[in-house]
Design a protein around this ligand. Structure first.
Ligand SMILES: C[S@@+](CC[C@H](N)C(=O)[O-])C[C@H]1O[C@@H](n2cnc3c(N)ncnc32)[C@H](O)[C@@H]1O
Length: 295
């Protein structure tokens, strides 16, 4: 075989495997528009393969033969119930313990020491944190560990509200059970030994959050686009790596709504690829992705 023939053979694109389910542009556009309307999440053309991959198992389970039929199903009598499966399949839930460590350093070194002094003066002082878009719970458990470490027994009146849209993630978060390798890699050793213990669940070895940590957190399902039923304001809001999936208008509205929920001088933490440039009239930058509400 000549060299040029070999090169031509190598350059030929690999044969594409026929899809199991018909997947038309119009199906993708319908699902992307529905997702945007219900969650604020924007999906561009380059997420088409991802959406196919994430929904394919659902179609098999429902014995639905094409994505066109699945779109019809979502608009039919079962649609409302089905929607939560669709949303759960498509949300991106990547998270970890102590992700973006500088926020937990700021909580430990700047926010909590004055709270400890206030609690010493007045044991009934309240401190409230909201983890908005908490995914499978690693973020609120990290907050709870730092809070307990600094406040100790004073933390009785200190509460964390942890919310997410995705009901599967919330069930995982409520269980407080995680894979040991991940915990050992990401939870600093002193926290790991004080606030977790090892358990065996059927055949799996797991790390479980201790009750002393779990008691600080209330997990609730909440769509950030809907009304917020909470009363009372927060000292700190973590909304990290959530807004990045929204369009600019939704992000702008959200950061202004957070301002209404923060106590004077309250802190908003956002994710590493997010910015509050459009809200510099209400927040002051205090450091990397750390913002204080202007009084
Ligand atoms: C990438 S995770 C971020 C988790 C965590 N905050 C962190 O930074 O590690 C984004 C989370 O936002 C949630 N989410 C997306 N849209 C939402 C909405 N409209 N309302 C509430 N949560 C939403 C997703 O379900 C997902 O669990």
């Amino acid at each position: 075989m000549s060299t040029s023939m070999t090169t031509r053979a190598l350059k030929r694109p690999p044969p594409t495997k026929p899809r199991e389910f018909e997947w038309r542009d119009q199906d993708y556009k319908f699902l992307a528009a529905l997702l945007h309307e219900k969650t604020g999440i924007v999906l561009n053309e380059n997420k088409k393969e991802m959406m196919y991959g994430r929904l394919v198992r659902r179609l098999r389970k429902l014995n639905i033969k094409s994505f066109g039929d699945y779109c019809n199903y979502l608009q039919g009598p079962e649609g409302e119930k089905e929607l939560s499966f669709t949303l759960n399949s498509i949300t991106t839930n990547t998270t970890n313990f102590f992700r973006e460590m500088h926020h937990f350093d700021y909580l430990r070194d700047i926010i909590l020491p004055p709270v400890r002094q206030q609690l010493d003066r007045n044991a009934r002082h309240h401190f409230r944190v909201w983890s908005a878009g908490c995914s499978s719970g690693q973020e609120p458990y990290s907050i709870a560990m730092v809070m307990d470490h600094i406040l100790g027994s004073r933390s009785q009146n200190c509460k964390i509200l942890a919310t997410d849209l995705d009901s599967n993630m919330l069930s995982h978060a409520k269980s407080g059970h995680y894979a040991p390798e991940v915990c050992r890699k990401t939870i600093p050793r002193p926290y790991l030994s004080s606030y977790t213990h090892n358990i065996r669940d059927k055949t799996d070895d797991l790390v479980a959050m201790k009750d002393g940590i779990r008691k600080h957190i209330a997990f609730k399902q909440l769509n950030l686009l809907h009304d917020w039923p909470m009363t009372g304001k927060f000292d700190v809001i973590f909304c990290r790596n959530v807004m990045i999936y929204f369009d600019q208008e939704t992000q702008d509205k959200l950061v202004r709504r957070y301002a209404d929920c923060l106590k004077p001088d309250g802190i908003l933490f956002i994710g590493h690829s997010e910015s509050l440039l459009s809200a510099s009239d209400i927040y002051k930058c205090e450091g990397k992705t750390t913002y204080r509400l202007l009084s």
